[in-house]
Design a protein around this ligand. Structure first.
Ligand code: AFP
Length: 316
């Protein structure tokens, strides 16, 4: 631990050195550093690339943007290059990608290469979300993850990562390397902000009661439409809640368990927060399919507990 004060650092220490000095497994360090390398190319694509459609659609029937396909290809290539990956699952690809490496990869990775890609067109922040498991089984509860991270492409490019021993933030410097900027981030403040996904007219009674109580309590609405920037503001502001609840016409909400919810739940819990589908801890959900969706309430522990209470009352 190099910090002078919780969340602040007094030395410039880069990502690879920090992971090494934190005794993170060598192969896991290699994977995280390869994702850092991939993000350099993804930024370039975001800044200068084709904002049009790719002319293909993913298995959800959603039109893929050229940026989705390009970011996916960049990440796949870097992860294969790491030589320590057994299997990959991408939100943009229908089937599991088996990776043949000489020493049979030790880790398996699920990722959303560019979450919120439709926001690039309107110049809002977007992100890459990554979930890492040891072994070659990706269809398991999120509590078994060994690491999770996101890269946020905003005014600055940052990476927020946990390998199971707290959550740290790194920022990209002028040499496009990541330096530690916040260590051991904690969700120890009040929930000052809330980010409500989905159409409010489709909220069920319990969710509506929860949102009203937040507003009555003076909690401010802060929603960008991008999961990564919205979670990042809850973490960095040390308090708040993001929700994409079950809707009257979508009982499973919108967000995907493997690629979006599990990794974010791992990070938020490592920062002392909580993540629930309204009834159950997100990290305890046994996934039935790679593209399973789930409702989510994620952020400050008390706020998540209150959301669960409102939903229990809804069921009477
Ligand atoms: P896109 O990738 O289609 O832009 O969706 C982004 C996202 O998956 C997630 O980043 C947001 O939190 C959520 O969907 C926004 O959904 P709504 O537009 O329905 O609020």
């Amino acid at each position: 631990m190099v910090s002078a004060e919780r969340g602040q650092t007094k030395y410039q220490i880069n990502l690879r050195r920090y992971l090494r000095e934190s005794n993170v497994d060598r192969d896991l360090t290699r994977i995280i550093c390869e994702i850092a390398n991939a993000s350099k190319y993804i930024i370039n694509a975001i800044r200068t690339g084709d904002l049009g459609v790719a002319g293909t659609s993913n298995l959800y029937g959603e039109q893929q943007l050229a940026l989705d396909v390009l970011s996916d290809r960049i990440l796949q290539k870097r992860l294969m290059y790491s030589g320590v990956v057994a299997k990959m699952a991408s939100e943009e690809v229908d089937e599991i990608i088996e990776v043949t490496t000489p020493n049979n990869g030790r880790y398996s990775i699920a990722f959303d290469p560019l979450d919120g890609s439709s926001l690039v067109d309107v110049n809002l922040a977007v992100g890459t979300i990554v979930s890492i498991f040891e072994g070659d089984n990706l269809l398991q509860p999120g509590r078994n993850q060994v690491a999770a991270l996101y890269v946020l492409y905003g005014p600055r490019t940052t990476m927020v990562v946990s390998t199971g021993n707290g959550v740290n933030e790194f920022a990209m410097n002028q040499l496009m390397e990541f330096d530690l900027v916040r260590e051991n981030i904690q969700l120890d403040g009040p929930a000052k902000i809330y980010a409500p996904g989905g159409l409010r007219s489709k909220y069920t009674e319990g969710t509506e009661k929860f949102v009203r109580s937040l507003e009555d309590g003076g909690t401010k609405l802060r929603y960008s439409g991008g999961f990564v920037p919205d979670i990042n503001q809850v973490l960095i502001k040390r308090g708040g809640i993001f929700m994409y609840p079950h809707l009257k016409d979508a009982p499973d909400g919108k967000l995907r368990l493997l690629y979006e919810l599990s990794p974010m739940a791992f990070l938020v819990e490592q920062a002392g927060g909580a993540a629930s589908n309204g009834k159950q801890r997100i990290l305890d959900i046994e996934p039935e399919s790679f593209h399973q969706r789930a409702p989510v309430f994620i952020g400050t522990r008390d706020a998540v507990a209150f959301a669960e209470k409102c939903l229990r009352e809804e069921e009477g």
